[in-house]
Design a protein around this ligand. Sequence first.
Ligand SMILES: NC(=O)c1ccc[n+]([C@@H]2O[C@H](COP(=O)([O-])OP(=O)(O)OC[C@H]3O[C@@H](n4cnc5c(N)ncnc54)[C@H](OP(=O)(O)O)[C@@H]3O)[C@@H](O)[C@H]2O)c1
Length: 327
Amino acid sequence: MRFLVLGGTVFLSRAVAVEAAARGHEVSVAARGASGPVPDGVRHVVLDRAEEIPADLAAQEFDAVVDVARTPSWVARAVAAWPRAHWTFVSTINVYADETTPGGTPATLPLVDAQPEDVDLGRHPEAYGPMKVACEQLVRDGAERAFVVRPGLIVGPGDPTGRFTYWPARLADVEPGEPVLAGGDPSDTVQVIDVRDLAAWIVTAAETGLTGDLDGVGPATALGALLAEASAGLGVEPRWTWASDAALEVHDVAPWMGPRSLPLWLPRPAYDGMLAHDWSPSRDAGLAARPIAETGRDTLEWLRATPDAVVTGLTREQEREVLDSLA
Ligand SMILES: NC(=O)c1ccc[n+]([C@@H]2O[C@H](COP(=O)([O-])OP(=O)(O)OC[C@H]3O[C@@H](n4cnc5c(N)ncnc54)[C@H](OP(=O)(O)O)[C@@H]3O)[C@@H](O)[C@H]2O)c1
């Protein structure tokens, strides 16, 4: 098949291009060439999506298009250029208005209102979910066959956000019995998907002509179990020290990501549903999720080979401050 990946030089869209090429498809990636290297065996088409699609590119036929954009006008132009291809639009679980109800699926969760005009996400990050809602609808309206996939937290080698990467980085050199800070309660539910599993599903979706709206999430798991599995995969045995939401807030620890944050920690009950979707509709539609132990090991290997990789979260000193206060 002839694949066009709009993006293709970073994390998920790159993994899709790599997977499609590995399966013997003819793959083109269309990007400016600013964010990262083009995968081997893939054709690079220079495209700035802030501008019109050049006529010679629009005239080319593709069997499958995969788009990761956040900006409605970019998606509108691309769907108009290739309406007959199988379209995969990579959206996000941030399209959902309900982040508290566990067990949600695309069939049960309400959406936020669409933001159909382009908004600068640097200045208005809250427009991310609403613009994705608008992009999804442009694809459903404009493409003959549309697959909308809404990922939750994507993890694994190549992650530019450094969120899950915090954990393999933190656990890499833990001494037996060394205290390691975890946030919230071990029974809090979390959910991740390995970038390679999501990419494989997206390529299969194009091959089989899958359509409809599905979440790109792995099985919901207790945070304590996920961290235990990740540490077992790295062959380490930390002494987990759990700080409650209140204790972390007192120490100005931020949830989720960023400076002084504890990745994978989300305050409850406000975020009880965000990483607790029912993944069975996606699993039944072919999504497979590898063990977190493997994702953790491979992420650490990538991190060690990539000195400029981003890792977000607490520094060791900041972690020590919180641990000392709990002792
Ligand atoms: N990470 C997560 O946990 C998470 C969770 C939920 C959903 N998602 C969704 O998953 C997708 C992730 O996609 P991704 O990993 O491939 O990263 P991305 O940051 O969404 O996309 C990066 C790609 O877009 C290209 N690009 C950026 N600006 C461009 C422009 N003006 N013209 C042409 N191409 C442009 C980049 O290449 P150039 O810069 O070289 O042009 C690069 O190839 C996104 O749809 C995101 O919303 C992610």
